[in-house]
Design a protein around this ligand. Sequence first.
Ligand code: NI
Length: 156
Amino acid sequence: MNAEQQQYLEALRAFPAMLREMTAGLSAETLTTQHLPDEWTIAQIVHHCADSHMNSYIRLKLILTEDQPPLKPYREDVWGEFMDGKSADLTHTFALLDGLHHRWVTTFENISADQWSRTGLHQADGEVSVADLLRLYHNHCHAHINQIERVLAATM
Ligand code: NI
């Protein structure tokens, strides 16, 4: 693992605590109100991170255990409309993210040098390697932290 990957991994490790800190003390109304016309609610963003990262964890395991497996896209917009994707109760999603990120980071930490270039085949994105996954999901964490900051700014 190079220095950049080490830094990505630290961001993945810190992400659940960071999200929890950003949303601590927010009322149910603040969490579930659509404050910006083209953005999810803060609750939807938090639940989406669990949906997205569960999918990514499974993709990582598929790539590590199968020969160029297909990586199935999922309808993230529709997942965000389920009750468990909209609820003001973030408790269970944080419990999920804590466990998931711990296992995700542990898996990445134990990848051997030759496994970083293993790939799966995504219907839209083409070949995705293990190294790509780490970079993409580091960026995903950042994008949604920025999104929550934008939404929170709109509540002031
Ligand atoms: Ni996302």
